[in-house]
Design a binder for this molecule. Structure first.
Ligand SMILES: Nc1ncnc2c1ncn2[C@@H]1O[C@H](COP(=O)(O)OP(=O)(O)OP(=O)(O)O)[C@@H](O)[C@H]1O
Length: 454
């Protein structure tokens, strides 16, 4: 900490040279400035960790203006130095964000203590913030489950673009995690402490969508008995998630385009222009370019919302995600139901992996939860599944039946089935299972890791 850099701003040359000698003797690197204009110049080349600021600098500013004058110090400690009679001003400066104050004449020992304490407290706060951010990031990404190359690529892209304010369009079939991805983008962004507002454009009747999004004034229409802010305003400072944007009516698309171009809008019935600062993430399971071609989606809006496009895949194209998803949902189910965690038998796992899941992860999750409820926290068997799905047949027939899946996906599904079966036959003994499969132990472990089977 003794290598810290300090900036001393004081208009008295004698005090500047004396105090800067005291501080240099304590091991700090010190630069000085006689006024705020020179202080601003100094911070351009000198990345100071702390500023000592004489409040009685002429002309006497109000503390708020003084502190704001060097914006680099918005989040770094500022210690106020005051002359006689400036106590009120100093207290006000502390209320406005300064860390501490020292009254002149300054005692060198006291100065050293106050500087050291401010620097170490600031360092601790920075570390805590970094720790919290790191944890938040890990958690946000760990909620995006899946071991397939497609999910790996999505996680990598989310991590790259989350911190930027770039607009994102998430496309893919229903139930494939488009909202989960959008949420992760928000949680990993600088806006994470702001709101995440999700609007299902298809679920709100066309005539209500405008007032829902833009808000309305009192008396704007029959039934508007009071002023109400819209979802756009509620999303200010955060992320606005427009789900099923392809279903937005054309007149509304024109209004949204204006918001995206200008960052402003009028509430329904209002004359006061509203300004907002939101990051837009949109999602659709429709092909927007087809919609543009048929005239139901505006081309200019399409290019405004597109930004970076993230494409999710149907679950049938990535069956290797299923074991991890099952484990993740079962852990959540166990916590919610306060029951022992059920696990699927090899045959049941096989059944889950080989179904085509037209409703994708959403359907997988709800089916899994019903089967878990039937199995009452025991191992989930084919008997449990048959109670809910009497048509479910033996695993080999189901596998042959999974024509909807690509050859590659079927091969991966078969591999997962054979691995799980061998592991079950060998009571989880990996060496024996590897022998049975004709693999090296290392080879088996790699495959288990890839498919989330450990
Ligand atoms: N990769 C994933 N990791 C964890 N949960 C997932 C994942 N994909 C989907 N889910 C879960 O599946 C369900 C549906 O996900 P989500 O609502 O994000 O899908 P969607 O693609 O936005 O669907 P829709 O197009 O119908 O709005 C949710 O319960 C979600 O938690």
């Amino acid at each position: 900490m003794t290598q810290a850099r300090l900036l001393l701003v004081d208009d008295e040359p004698a005090f500047r040279s004396l105090a800067s000698r005291w501080l240099s003797d304590s091991g700090y690197t010190v630069e000085t400035a006689a006024d705020l204009a020179s202080a601003r110049e100094v911070v351009r080349h000198f990345d100071a960790d702390l500023m000592l600021l004489d409040l009685s600098l002429p002309p006497t500013f109000d503390p708020m203006t003084t502190l704001a004058a060097v914006p680099e110090f918005a989040s770094r400690p500022v210690i106020i130095l005051t002359g006689h009679g400036d106590r009120e001003l100093a207290l006000e400066a502390i209320r406005q964000g300064a860390w501490d104050f020292l009254a002149k004449p300054i005692d060198p020992d006291m100065l050293a203590v106050v500087v050291r304490r401010a620097l170490s407290k600031h360092q601790l706060e920075k570390e805590l913030l970094q720790l919290k951010r790191g944890l938040g990031k890990e958690q946000a990404l760990s909620r995006l489950i899946g071991a397939s190359p497609s999910m790996e690529a999505i996680r990598a892209l989310v991590q790259r673009i989350a911190a930027t304010d770039v607009r994102v369009l998430v496309t893919g079939p229903s139930g494939t995690g488009k909202e989960v991805i959008s949420r992760a983008l928000h949680d990993l962004s600088q806006r994470a402490s702001g709101p995440f507002i999700s609007v299902h454009c298809g679920a709100i009747p066309a005539d209500l969508l405008e007032s829902e999004l833009f808000g309305h004034t009192k008396g704007a229409f029959t039934g508007a008995d009071r002023e109400r802010p819209g979802l756009l305003k509620l999303a200010d400072g955060g992320t606005l998630f427009l789900d099923e944007i392809g279903e937005m009516p054309l007149p509304m698309q024109v209004k949204l385009l204006r918001v995206l171009q200008e960052g402003t809008f009028y509430p329904v019935g209002g004359r006061e222009l509203q300004h907002i600062n939101v990051r837009l993430v949109s999602a659709t399971n429709a092909n927007l370019l087809d919609k543009v071609a048929e005239g139901s989606f505006r081309e200019d809006l399409y290019y405004r919302i597109k930004g970076v496009t993230i494409e999710t895949r149907a679950l049938s194209e990535r069956p290797e995600d299923i074991p991890q998803l099952l484990r993740y949902f079962l852990d959540q189910w166990q916590v919610k139901m306060n029951m022992p965690s059920p696990s699927p038998s090899a045959e049941a796992l096989d059944w889950f992996i080989s179904r085509p899941w037209p409703g994708n992860v959403r359907e997988l999750r709800s089916t899994l939860e019903s089967v878990a409820a039937v199995s009452q926290g025991r191992v989930m068997t084919m008997e449990d599944i048959a109670l809910l799905h009497p048509q479910s047949r033996s695993r080999s027939v189901a596998a042959l039946d999974s024509q909807d899946q690509s050859l590659e996906a079927q091969v991966r599904a078969l591999e997962i089935r054979l691995l799980s079966q061998a592991l079950q036959d060998c009571n989880g003994n990996r060496t024996h299972a590897a022998l049975q499969l004709g693999l090296s132990r290392q080879g088996l472990l790699k495959k288990m890791e890839r498919y989330g089977l450990d």
